[in-house]
Design a binder for this molecule. Structure first.
Ligand SMILES: Cc1cc2nc3c(=O)[nH]c(=O)nc-3n(C[C@H](O)[C@H](O)[C@H](O)COP(=O)(O)OP(=O)(O)OC[C@H]3O[C@@H](n4cnc5c(N)ncnc54)[C@H](O)[C@@H]3O)c2cc1C
Length: 429
């Protein structure tokens, strides 16, 4: 199978095969099978469904894979983490893979920086599948540029008081808690002064002001625009040190780049297998479509590039296993950019070689194509991945002569970074 033998040891190949078997026999069955995937696409979903899903995943050992056993995880590797995400994308749906991916990188951050309260109250129950998690990063005026976040938290006695807005937040209506970056100090745009706070869903002052889930694909998460209005959170819900979360966020995104790319590739692999099967059996002018070189070369190209994307992703995961999740920033950005653009390209090409039937719901490919489109944004847009790569690449290529200003990041003086000149849309506009 494609995606096997991409520099995996026998044990790792077995892990991938076992993961697929477990998912097919224990998770994506009894109410969470194919009909449920279709229901997700119609945004027909409930809190109970997501609780059931995370519970089955906890039991099967897929949540928080790289978190040690003493904190509730199975104590696996980053490589096992990305293989599991590939398997979920392959035999489930990437919306499921996203929820599980949150447990991987949010869980990892809680394990590395969280206090005892965070670990006992959130990390361990999330790993066992008792809690649904949501990651509330994006804001109306700050998406890519997280340092410009405007949601604030101020101390009041032994509590934090949180005010602000977040948008595009998956699982907002279904989650038990929100993993939320806030500004606790510094100036707009500073990396210092950013903190992460865990906010319980039931806390007063949280309002889901707009349902945003009716988008292009990747439906069923209840994506929402959220408002925090004097939300009071116990001080122990701060993750790590006050004002120092920038480094935690960067690390977390490094890992998320790999999981998002890997589960989208898993989904595109499913599309590729369906298309290969269809074109081998569909006859046009009395010969299988697969006999036409215009078609079979596409299968060859997709297969080759998919294997390459898996290899790149595996390499970055190995770097993180060897040197920690801070390492391999450039390699994980490469893997995300290439992996997510490719996943979308594969799904789209599969539709093309299947003809009109590919655009219908007779096959899951059109849903996969719409779903994986989101991967080119989630966890960081493709363009941002290229900015990361160019900066690190120049640093390596120019060695000690490297001057950041020489290559820049297209950040200075552009109107789209100046919120005064070009305000982002607000809800009422
Ligand atoms: C399906 C889906 C699910 C999502 N789920 C969540 C979620 O659960 N939680 C959450 O917090 N967020 C979520 N998001 C938001 C996502 O993280 C953001 O959309 C993404 O970070 C980009 O931010 P933005 O949309 O504000 O785009 P902007 O930051 O406004 O950027 C617009 C475009 O400008 C370009 N650009 C920006 N900066 C640079 C740069 N430095 N160099 C080059 N080009 C640049 C990019 O092309 C980018 O796509 C989700 C998004 C989608 C589409």
């Amino acid at each position: 199978m494609i995606g096997e033998d991409t520099f995996l040891t026998n044990a790792e190949e077995q892990y991938l095969a076992d993961a697929i078997t477990t998912l097919e026999t224990e998770v994506f069955v009894d109410g969470l099978g194919y009909d449920h995937f279709r229901a997700l696409d119609e945004n027909e979903v409930s809190r109970e469904v997501w609780q059931e899903y995370v519970s089955r995943m906890g039991e099967a050992g897929f949540n928080c894979i790289s978190v040690p056993e003493e904190y509730g995880g199975p104590g696996g590797t980053i490589l096992q983490t990305v293989l599991a995400e590939q398997a979920i994308g392959y035999c489930g749906n990437i919306v499921h893979a996203c929820q599980t991916s949150l447990t991987q990188h949010v869980g990892r951050t809680m394990y590395e920086h969280g206090n005892r309260h965070i670990k006992e109250t959130y990390l361990e129950p999330m790993a066992s599948g008792d809690l649904v998690v949501s990651q509330a990063y994006t804001e109306p005026r700050s998406g890519t540029d997280i340092a410009h976040l405007e949601t604030s938290a101020e101390r009041d006695g032994d509590e934090w008081v949180v005010n602000g807005e977040k948008r595009f937040i998956d699982f907002a209506p279904y989650a038990d808690f929100y993993f939320t970056p806030v500004r606790t100090g510094g100036e707009d745009g500073d990396r210092d002064g950013v903190s992460i706070i865990v906010i319980d869903r039931e806390t007063g002052g949280i309002e889901l002001v707009e349902d945003q889930s009716d988008w292009h694909g990747f439906r069923g998460t209840g994506a929402s625009w959220m408002q925090f209005d004097d939300v009071r959170v116990p001080e122990e819900n701060l993750v790590g040190a006050e004002g120092e979360a920038w480094a935690y966020i960067t690390d977390e995104l490094n890992l998320e780049h790999l999981t998002v790319a890997r589960y989208c590739l898993g989904a595109s692999q499913q599309a590729l297998e369906i298309a290969a099967n269809y074109t081998a059996n569909r006859e046009v002018n009395e010969r299988p479509v697969s006999r036409y070189q215009a078609v079979n070369h596409k299968i060859a190209e997709m297969t080759t590039r998919l294997d390459g994307a898996y290899l790149l992703n595996t390499r970055a995961a190995r770097i993180m296993d060897d040197r920690g999740v801070s390492a391999g920033r450039m390699e994980s950005a490469m893997a995300k950019w290439l992996g997510n653009d490719l996943a979308h390209d594969i799904a789209d090409t599969c539709i093309q070689i299947m003809g009109g039937i590919g655009t219908t719901t007779s096959y899951p490919i059109e849903q996969i194509q719409r779903d994986v489109r989101a991967g080119r944004f989630m966890g960081g847009a493709t363009e941002v991945m290229k900015s990361v790569v160019q900066s690190d690449a120049y640093k390596e290529l120019l060695d000690e002569e490297f001057d950041g200003d020489l290559v820049g990041n297209e950040r200075e003086g552009l109107p789209w970074l100046n919120v005064d000149q070009q305000p982002a849309r607000t809800r009422d506009e």
